[in-house]
Design a protein. Structure first.
Length: 116
């Protein structure tokens, strides 16, 4: 406005900008040591258990809600891949399927033989 001649002076020229210190964000991932410790502690038996769920997340990097939403149809054993195209809303009283966090979250994740 000053450059265009609409104002003679800049009212913000001596303004002091106050703010809060940015809050420290919680770390939402494991470091390498923590990941190795977790993987060593898993009990991966022939039958499915929750340890397989944690193994899946550790090996693929899936978000928790994406992993919860997986169905048998999402696993392609021939191509050794998992299709990620939905997530599970676990924060409500009754959970339900919902779209992924954003469009680019829809993807196919290649996995190794150990996971399949």
């Amino acid at each position: 406005a000053v450059d265009d001649g609409l104002l003679k002076t800049d009212p913000t020229r001596r303004a002091i900008i106050k703010g809060c210190e940015p809050s420290s964000k919680k770390i939402k991932f494991l470091n390498l040591y923590e990941l190795q410790t977790l993987l060593r502690s898993l009990d991966l038996k022939a039958e499915l258990n929750w340890d397989w769920f944690f193994f899946l997340i550790a090996k693929t990097g899936l978000r928790f809600a994406e992993a919860l939403a997986l169905t048998p149809e999402d696993f392609d054993f021939e191509k050794q891949s998992i299709i990620i195209n939905k997530s599970w809303n676990y924060k409500e009283k009754v959970g339900h399927f919902q779209p992924t966090k954003n469009e680019s979250s829809n993807r196919t994740v290649m996995v190794d033989w150990q996971l399949m």
